[in-house]
Write a protein that binds this ligand. Structure first.
Ligand SMILES: [Zn+2]
Length: 307
């Protein structure tokens, strides 16, 4: 039986008046069913005084609470599987156009995307770039291979690798997770990066679409696998990302935890497509729904908890 955690990167966002948030706008029947049948909570994933970001929020969700900003470059390097040799150091650099940046030959450059790169330089090298991230602390080895982290290439997997987890780098998130659940992996963590990326592009509709797609393609198959094999499923965000500004947000995030054993109050009718939906769907039809959802507004009055 697996305890599964799905991290929807940057899924939550600040509530502005009566405007629906992306989580409220998204079409998420599986997430809604989990909220109906499970426990909805409000989690503080960004420790006081630290900048909100995946390097902080995912670390907290994985059980390590940093007491200072985390070294983003170390995470990027680990994500690429690079070892930083003694006497060298890594810098994460963001720029509008990385093609336009010029580095001398002693700087080893690894592009990370159109607007970001990793520069590996001799220690103490005066790297002159406005977009260089400040250095920070390197994650300690707190996990082992009983935790497997599944995700697309990037800093989140680098963080998991530095913490000591087993890492599966793939775009086929649900397929990989379901294999692990069927094999009885004790703890399976799935990182979905698409909501955060859409929000950074300041594209609210794309963020909504990314959340709807994650519900259908990732959370649905994982919930079905938990239904079959047992275990628990938690879904949450590592931090907020506002699709109007593209900025991260440190406010507490909504979360849901579902345990099919705990919520098996009535016989589940056969539903080949989504067995997990059967009970909550029926409740909703019967008008007995609690209206409980994993949204910023629904959790706004709940006590703030540590993950
Ligand atoms: Zn982000």
């Amino acid at each position: 039986m697996s305890d599964v955690l799905v991290i929807l990167d940057g899924a939550s966002e600040p509530i502005v008046d009566d405007e629906p948030t992306s989580l409220e706008r998204a079409d998420t029947p599986v997430l809604d069913a989990l909220a109906q049948a499970g426990t909805v909570r409000r989690l503080q994933t960004t420790p006081d005084g630290l900048p909100p970001g995946s390097e902080t929020g995912i670390a907290v969700l994985l059980g390590w609470t940093p007491d200072a900003p985390v070294d983003r470059a170390a995470l990027e390097a680990a994500g690429l599987g690079l070892q930083i040799e003694p006497g060298r150091e890594a810098w994460r650099v963001d720029a509008a156009d990385i093609e336009a940046l010029r580095f001398p030959p002693e700087v080893e450059v690894h592009p990370l995307g159109p607007h970001k790169l990793l520069a590996i330089v001799p220690a103490g090298y005066p790297l002159r770039s406005d977009g260089a991230w400040p250095r920070g602390i390197t994650p300690p080895h707190t996990l082992d291979d009983t935790t497997v982290v599944v995700g697309a290439p990037g800093a989140a997997l680098g963080l998991a690798r530095l913490l000591g987890a087993r890492v599966l780098t793939t775009d086929a998130l649900a397929t990989a997770a379901v294999v692990e659940i069927a094999a009885g992996a004790p703890r399976v963590v799935v990182h979905v990066d698409t909501p955060d990326e859409a929000a950074h592009r300041r594209d609210p509709d794309a963020k909504v679409a990314a959340l709807s797609r994650a519900d259908d393609e990732v959370i649905g198959p994982i919930a079905a696998a938990i239904h079959t094999h047992g275990g628990t499923l938690t879904v949450t965000a590592d931090h907020g990302t506002d699709p109007r500004t593209g900025a991260h947000d440190a406010a507490p995030v909504p979360a849901v935890t579902w345990d099919p054993e705990a919520s098996a109050g009535e016989e589940l009718p056969d539903d080949e497509d989504l067995p997990v939906l059967a009970t909550p769907k029926r409740r909703a039809t019967a008008g007995a729904t609690t209206g409980r959802r994993m949204t910023e507004r629904w959790v706004a009055t709940l006590p703030i908890e540590a993950p």
